[in-house]
Design a protein around this ligand. Structure first.
Ligand code: ADP
Ligand code: ZN
Length: 519
């Protein structure tokens, strides 16, 4: 099975829009049948790195894991996602064990979890041979280290098992110290170095920057002009846009082509090959341009539209600067993006819990977009790493001016509530700024106590404020009511005067200094 189908399974089986940092490289190596040792922080998403390849491969992947509870959790989650998985542990009921053997006998099983103690039994090797074991995954691989605090003597048998079965082995751990790593290599791989993946989430050479959308085509052209002759990617939200933007770049004398899932395979391969081979080509693409790309010297990545989650964002900018040399990024976002991404989630077919999780991932990205201090710190914090301010993001370059926005936010929230959460930002701003449009008069909104209470801010300032409110998830556009804004629970304490909110003044001020047509 090819790489793109791994991406398809990522969405269809696991429900993730994209890989987490580091996962893509590991999955690729495991799929290729390489021996691998991956060191990832806890919560980084290790299990996916062996579960996904297991689904793409013939035969059974045997997973050695030290904790029964962990195995049972994973098996339950896999089965809920429709994957044939089972565990042989001392915690099984007889019925469970019978079910596992039935699935093995019928050749249905994809992932067989096993406690290391099983390896002590002579019958286990015979069983694993008979069922067609095609790969071994070892979770918490540091348990093989006799010096570590989690030493499990039975882990020492895994190396022997690998030799006997002669199948690829992928080992995973969060413990990164060098001694433990060396010991894992010795004991699991007979000292033959596997491919080692050791990377925190940080990619310090990638400069991070966001900008509010304002004539986005010009913004992207300016960004590309400043990097003329360098290889870059522009990600767009729609197929049509990749074509028009690539055209605009060509008109500005850039070497640019478009790439999306609607193109025939041959056309896509051609772009991939050209990008890989040429220097200074710009590919304007949808997210379909992804896993197959392995170009180390991509110097910049721009998002003409907001990605759908913080994971997608990280993955897409992470295609830049793989050689370690500086790479630049720019991500544009505006209220339309937020509305579009929310609607996409709401109107999708995913079950409610997954929709909630997707909103959460989008919120994390919007929080990053509206951050008031170092973006990298915030990004890494999301993935569970702590860091100092990076000195390599737009907010470290130019710290933003912030202000206590509690009062205008309360005015906006009250305008939303007084109009029964049935209007979009444009109408609400008319009310706040005391603009008696026909629609305002027809609804009698010029008689509301909130009418005109926000005259101290201009329309563009209010637009920036509403965008930031959406970014902080204080208000959400209602997909079923044409983007009518609803207040979320996060906003309630602010409205009640129990919490304050700080927003960025610069985006508000910049909005003011620019003549903007009335929405
Ligand atoms: P680890 O074993 O590394 O501590 P897990 O494999 O349990 O981490 O994954 C941690 C969390 O990350 C899980 O809740 C999992 O659902 C989530 N996760 C894993 N991969 C992704 C992904 N590509 N996108 C979003 N969430 C993911
Ligand atoms: Zn920074």
């Amino acid at each position: 099975m090819t790489a793109p189908s791994a991406t398809a399974l990522l969405a269809s089986v696991f429900g993730f829009p994209s890989f987490r940092p580091g996962q893509e490289e590991i999955v690729r190596a495991v799929l290729a049948g390489q021996n691998a040792l991956a060191i990832m922080p806890t919560g980084g998403g290790k299990s996916l790195c062996f579960q996904l390849p297991a689904l793409c491969r013939e035969g059974v992947t045997v997973v050695i894991s030290p904790l029964i509870a962990l195995m049972r959790d994973q098996v339950r989650a896999l089965r809920a996602a429709g994957v044939e998985a089972g565990a042989l542990t001392s915690g099984n009921t007889d019925a469970e064990t019978e079910e596992v053997f039935a699935a093995l006998d019928e050749g249905r099983m994809k992932l067989l979890y096993m406690a290391p103690e099983r390896l002590a039994s002579g019958a286990t090797l015979g069983l694993l041979r008979r069922i067609g074991t095609s790969a071994i995954a070892v979770d918490e691989a540091h348990c093989v280290s006799q010096w570590g605090h989690d030493f499990r003597p039975d882990y020492l048998r895994i190396g022997e098992l690998r030799r006997a079965l002669d199948v690829p082995l992928a080992a995973f751990t969060a413990t990164a110290d060098e001694e433990t790593r060396a010991e894992i290599v010795t004991r699991l791989f007979d000292g033959q170095p596997p491919e080692i993946f050791l990377r925190g989430f940080d990619r310090p050479n990638i400069h991070l920057a966001f900008a509010a959308k304002d004539k986005p085509r010009e913004q992207i052209l300016r960004f590309a002009d400043a990097r003329r002759g360098q290889s870059g990617i522009v990600y767009c939200g729609t197929r049509a846009k990749t074509e028009t933007l690539a055209q605009a770049l060509r008109e500005a004398r850039h070497a640019a082509c478009h790439y999306h899932g609607g193109m025939d395979p041959e056309g896509r391969r051609e772009v991939e090959a050209r990008f890989q081979r040429d220097d200074g080509l710009i590919v304007v693409a949808t997210v379909a341009f992804g896993m197959g790309i392995d170009k180390p010297d991509i110097r910049w990545v721009a998002h003409a539209d907001l990605p759908k989650s913080i994971e997608s964002y990280y993955q897409e900018i992470g295609r830049g600067g793989r050689d370690g040399a500086p790479a630049e990024t720019l991500t544009l976002y505006g209220p339309d993006d937020i509305r579009y991404r929310r609607t996409q989630i709401d109107e999708g077919l995913a079950p409610p819990e997954r929709k909630a999780a997707d909103h959460g991932r989008l919120n994390a990205l919007l929080g990053l977009a509206e951050a008031t201090a170092c973006r990298r710190q915030r990004l890494l914090a999301y993935f569970g790493e702590t860091a100092e301010p990076c000195g390599n993001c737009d907010l470290c370059d130019t710290p933003p001016d912030v202000f206590d926005a509690t009062e205008p936010v309360r005015k906006a929230l009250s305008a939303i509530l007084r109009t029964q959460e049935t209007f979009g930002a444009g109408h609400l701003i008319d009310i706040l700024t005391g603009t008696a449009t026909d629609k305002v008069r027809e609804r009698g909104h010029d008689g509301l106590p909130t009418f005109g209470v926000g005259r101290d801010l201009s329309r563009p300032q209010w637009q920036a404020l509403f965008r930031q409110m959406m970014g902080h998830d204080l208000v959400r556009p209602d997909a079923e009511r044409h983007g009518a804004l609803r207040m979320t629970d996060i906003a309630r304490p602010i409205l009640r005067g129990e919490a304050q909110i700080t927003l960025r003044r610069d985006t508000v001020a910049r909005a003011q200094s620019r003549p903007v047509a009335k929405a």
